[in-house]
Design a protein around this ligand. Sequence first.
Ligand code: CTP
Ligand code: MG
Length: 169
Amino acid sequence: MYGWLYTIIIYPIIFIFPAYAANGAPVIFGKGSKPITSARFRGRPVLGSHKTRRGLAAGILCGVLAGFLESLAPGFGFMLAVGILESIGTHAGDLLGSFIKRQIQVKEGHPAPLLDQYPFLVLALAFALPLVSHFPSIYGIIFLFALTWAMHRLTNLGAHRLKIKEVPW
Ligand code: CTP
Ligand code: MG
């Protein structure tokens, strides 16, 4: 009876969880680490100072760990592979988002609607395409786009209140 609840909400959350872990971990572990690069392109920083080495490493590790833990559940063995691909995709997308933000002259940490929320999600899904047979349905994917928007707002507000993040966006 609640099959739709599983296919549209619960399974998509299970499926994307490693990407969320990979995206969220740097906020906690990245503080005070060295930038990935201080290189410049067309007179602007390539990534800027907020994309750090420890943040990148911790993000990928936490995403893979999340996928590994999920893979222990019966029938979810494929989640380790999904977790590895999503974690790499998440950070490829996150770095791409920062690169575009710098090129359009948005400063580190300043908001850029869509670019702050979606490059990581889109590339996490794209990198996981080899496991497309395990993808959520199209409604599940649409749900994930809405959920990601809401989570971005909520987690940033929460991190700001907890003084982990300087700005509430
Ligand atoms: N972070 C990090 N290393 C990364 C990614 C993120 O250390 N590779 C940390 C930084 O402290 C960053 C925080 O996680 O400030 C939030 O990440 P995000 O919102 O993606 O970065 P922004 O601060 O918004 O920077 P940008 O404008 O480049 O997107
Ligand atoms: Mg941000």
